[in-house]
Ligand binder design. Structure first.
Ligand code: HEM
Length: 386
């Protein structure tokens, strides 16, 4: 019942948001085309691992490496964000492709209406893209004979990463409207922004600078080296964020996205087996019932990250951390220093504030190691370099 109500809520919000945009964009005459965008089928990457278990696909040896409540009724305020990096601009496609942001939002809305989990996948995709070769859509590249092991087939991404077909649908619509103009790297960041907007009931709302170029390099080894596994402790997490120019506050704030989506059992099986971890015994018992004792590539079910509000991007995550009701060691690690524990308690207690911090941190993350015309391109198809 609760699940149905939440899906209904997301549906109403999507409709309202799109009606708003459609009114604003009606002059461009694209409205009649929107319903025709057909998502292309999500292909399992060739050359993907066939038998390796661990961390939702992470190989086990992946070590290398009190304020105001949100306004009631009416739309919550948009979060002001810091000025963009030199090569990026707000409203970047205003002249070159006026409906660009609308087209992405439409593709995301379509996907989330059918399955809110895809929205979670898109938020995670932005993170996994930015931490490997910068925010350059390198995560989207399919294996080829010349590059059989791109990021996409790496343990942290395969088979758990989802949302690729949403990016394809958005890019197809963009290429139809304004060929060769909008980068896949921007589409990934717009899509995450829009997913966060819908899943948060519009409480996470921000403008995103754009003008990123797409990269030509995508290596499995980079994904293994730069994406922190769920087994990391606090200092390992802090280091993995630091090399990407993000600080400990960003770590705490962005981890809040674990209030939506799912996890494969293999990503936390170390925490529910004996000897017991610091996980709440009640949650551990439930998870033992949902997961096989030894999850592997052919038997690795998924569970909700946040059982209280599974499809809602909110600060419930921090309450879960305080109650030891989180899946990963990396989540629990936020209680292992005074500074991060204080931030967790703050985010849990103060209603409506985390959403603004999250918006700012997402923009900051979207600026990591941006490519420009000298080292990037605008891909025609997000899955292959030009
Ligand atoms: C701090 C280090 C982080 C670690 C160790 C971590 C690890 C993980 C793992 C293991 C999963 C489950 C994958 C699976 O088994 O299916 C997951 C899911 C997820 N992560 Fe993270 N993550 C981290 C940070 C982030 C950040 C910074 C974001 C976004 C800004 C993020 C967003 C998500 C989302 C939304 C999901 C659910 C995805 C879905 O349902 O498809 N995570 N994360």
């Amino acid at each position: 019942m609760q699940k149905m109500a939440s899906r209904l809520g997301v549906g109403v919000l999507i409709l309202a948001a799109l009606l708003g945009s459609a009114t604003a964009q009606a002059g461009y005459g694209y409205a009649a085309e929107y319903g025709k965008i057909a998502p292309s089928p999500a292909a399992a990457p060739e050359g993907a691992p066939t038998g390796s278990p661990g961390y939702g696909g992470y190989p086990a040896d992946n070590a290398a490496a009190p304020a105001a409540a949100p306004p009631q009724g009416g739309a919550p305020a948009e979060t002001p964000v810091p000025p963009p990096a030199p090569t990026l601009r707000f409203g970047f496609y205003r002249r070159s492709c006026p409906p660009a942001e609308y087209l992405v939002k439409h593709a995301v809305a379509n996907a989330i209406r059918n399955n809110p989990g895809i929205g979670a996948g898109l938020i995670r995709m932005a993170f996994h893209d930015c931490f490997v070769q910068g925010c350059d859509a390198s995560i989207l590249l399919d294996p080829t004979p010349a590059n059989p092991r791109p990021e996409k087939v790496s343990g942290p991404n395969f088979p758990s990463m989802r949302g690729f077909d949403v990016i394809d649908a958005a890019k197809a619509a963009l290429e139809k409207a304004c060929p060769g103009v909008v980068s896949c790297a921007d589409v990934v960041q717009f899509a995450a922004r829009d997913a966060a907007f819908f899943l948060s009931d519009s409480r996470v709302s921000y403008k995103l600078p754009a003008g990123r170029f797409d990269g030509r390099v995508s290596l499995e080894t980079d994904a293994l080296n730069f994406l922190p596994p769920p087994s990391f402790n606090l200092s390992e997490l802090v280091d993995s964020f630091k090399v990407k120019g993000l600080d400990i506050d960003d770590l705490v704030v962005l981890s809040g996205s674990h209030s939506v989506g799912r996890s494969h059992c293999s990503s936390f099986s170390d925490r529910v087996s004996t000897p017991p971890s610091d996980m709440d015994p009640g949650l551990a018992t439930v998870l033992k019932g949902q997961c096989p004792a030894n999850p592997n590539f052919t038997n690795d079910p998924t569970v909700a990250q946040d059982v209280i509000t599974p499809n809602r991007l909110d600060s419930q995550y921090y309450k879960n951390v305080l109650r030891h009701k989180v899946l990963f060691k990396s989540d629990a690690a936020l209680l292992t220093s005074r500074q991060t524990a204080r931030e967790v308690a703050n985010n849990a207690a103060v209603r409506g504030k985390w959403e603004h911090k999250f918006a700012r941190a997402m923009v900051k993350m979207s600026l990591v190691e941006i490519k420009d015309a000298t080292n990037g391109e605008i891909r025609n198809n997000c899955r292959v370099v030009n």
